[in-house]
Design a protein around this ligand. Structure first.
Ligand SMILES: CCCCC/C=C/C(=O)SCCNC(=O)CCNC(=O)[C@H](O)C(C)(C)COP(=O)(O)OP(=O)(O)OC[C@H]1O[C@@H](n2cnc3c(N)ncnc32)[C@H](O)[C@@H]1OP(=O)(O)O
Length: 281
C-alpha cells in the first residue's frame, strides 16, 4: 500500500525558529523562519555522488522536512558547479554483495520519498546534474537551473539502462517523444536546451536567485488548501509510485542481474577510468 502522508496534511503555520540538522551528515536542512520553506543541501565532495550514506541522509532529511511542518522543500547542492554527479559508480563497480542491495533499496526509498513528498518540492540546480542527479531534480515539482551546466538521463552513454521509474519521472515532465529519444540517446541537455524542452522551468543567474525562484514557486501554494493540494499531487503521481511499490523486489533483482553482467562491469570500469583520466588533465 502506498504511504499516506498524514503529517503533511496538517495546515502549515510559520516555522518559529531556524533549524539546522546535524553537521556530521552529508545533507543539511535549513528552515527559513519567514517562509517556512526548508532547503535541503547535498554536501558530499567532490561531486555529490549518490552513495549509500548520502542516500540515507537524503531520506532522513526528506522525512525530517515532512515531519517538521515545513511548507516546502528546495533541493540544492553545496558544490558551486555540481548539483549531483548521479549514482556513485563505485557502488556499482565490483560491488559488495550486501552493500549493493542496501544501496539500490535506499535509492528506491529516496525516490519514493521525494517524488511522493506531500510538501511542494523544487530543485535549485546549481551545477551539473547527470543521471541520478537529474532523477532527483526531476522528482521535484519545479526546477530552476543555472546557466552553463548540463542535465539529463545519460545512462545509455555508460552502457546501462535507466529503470522504469527513472523513465516515468522523465515522462512526468517531458513529452513522450522527447523523453524516449533523449533516454535512448543518453542525452545531456545544456541549461538553455533543458529550458526549451521543459526539463527545467526557469533559468537563474545565481544560486541565490535560483533559491528565490524556487521559493516563489512554493509560495504559489500559500492560498491553496494544503489537503486538497497534497491529495491532488498524490493522485497525479500514485500510478508511478504504486508501480515501484509493487515491484520493488523484482526491480532490485533486475538491477543486480544487470549490473553483475561482465560486459556491464567492463563498461563501468572503462567509464570510471575515463573520468579519472579527465580529472587528472
Ligand atoms: C542498471 C542500473 C541503472 C542505474 C542508473 C544509473 C544512474 C547513474 O546516476 S550512473 C552515474 C552517471 N553519472 C555520470 O555519468 C557523471 C559522471 N561525472 C561527470 O560527468 C563529471 O564528473 C561531472 C560533470 C559530474 C563533474 O565534472 P568535474 O567537476 O570536472 O569533476 P571530475 O570529472 O574531475 O570528477 C571529480 C572526481 O569525481 C569522480 N566522479 C565523478 N562522477 C562520479 C560518479 N558518478 N561516481 C563516482 N565517481 C565520480 C571522478 O572520477 C573524479 O575522481 P578522481 O579522479 O578520483 O578525483
Amino acid at each position: 500500500m502506498m504511504r499516506t502522508k498524514l503529517l503533511s496534511l496538517v495546515p502549515r503555520a510559520t516555522v518559529a525558529c531556524r533549524h539546522m540538522s546535524s553537521a556530521t551528515k552529508l545533507t543539511t536542512v535549513e528552515v527559513n523562519d519567514k517562509t517556512g520553506i526548508a532547503t535541503l543541501t547535498m554536501n558530499r565532495p567532490p561531486v555529490n555522488g549518490l552513495n549509500l550514506e548520502l542516500l540515507r541522509d537524503l531520506q532522513q532529511s526528506i522525512e525530517e522536512i515532512e515531519g517538521n511542518k515545513s511548507c516546502g522543500l528546495i533541493l540544492t547542492s553545496s558544490n558551486p558547479t555540481i548539483f549531483s554527479a548521479g549514482l556513485d559508480i563505485l557502488e556499482m563497480y565490483k560491488p559488495d554483495k550486501e552493500r549493493i542491495r542496501a544501496f539500490w533499496t535506499q535509492l528506491q526509498d529516496v525516490w519514493l520519498a521525494l517524488y511522493g513528498s506531500s510538501v511542494p518540492t523544487a530543485a535549485a540546480i546549481n551545477g551539473h546534474s547527470p543521471a541520478g542527479g537529474c532523477l532527483l531534480a526531476a522528482s521535484c515539482e519545479y526546477r530552476v537551473m543555472l546557466p552553463k551546466f548540463t542535465i539529463g538521463l545519460n545512462e545509455t552513454q555508460l552502457g546501462i539502462v535507466a529503470p522504469q521509474w527513472f523513465m516515468s519521472t522523465y515522462l512526468s515532465i517531458l513529452p513522450r517523444r522527447e523523453a524516449e529519444r533523449s533516454l535512448n540517446q543518453g542525452r545531456m541537455f545544456t541549461t538553455e536546451e533543458a529550458l526549451r524542452v521543459g526539463l527545467v522551468d526557469e533559468i537563474a543567474s545565481s544560486k541565490e536567485e535560483a533559491l528565490a525562484k524556487c521559493a516563489d514557486f512554493i509560495a504559489t501554494f500559500a492560498k491553496v488548501n494544503p489537503l486538497a493540494r497534497s491529495l491532488t499531487k498524490q493522485q497525479f503521481r500514485s500510478a508511478d509510485l504504486q508501480q515501484l511499490e509493487n515491484e520493488r523486489v523484482q526491480d532490485l533483482e533486475k538491477f543486480l542481474f544487470f549490473i553483475n553482467q561482465p560486459a556491464v562491469q567492463k563498461g563501468l570500469g572503462i567509464y570510471l577510468e575515463s573520468l579519472k583520466k579527465k580529472s587528472k588533465n
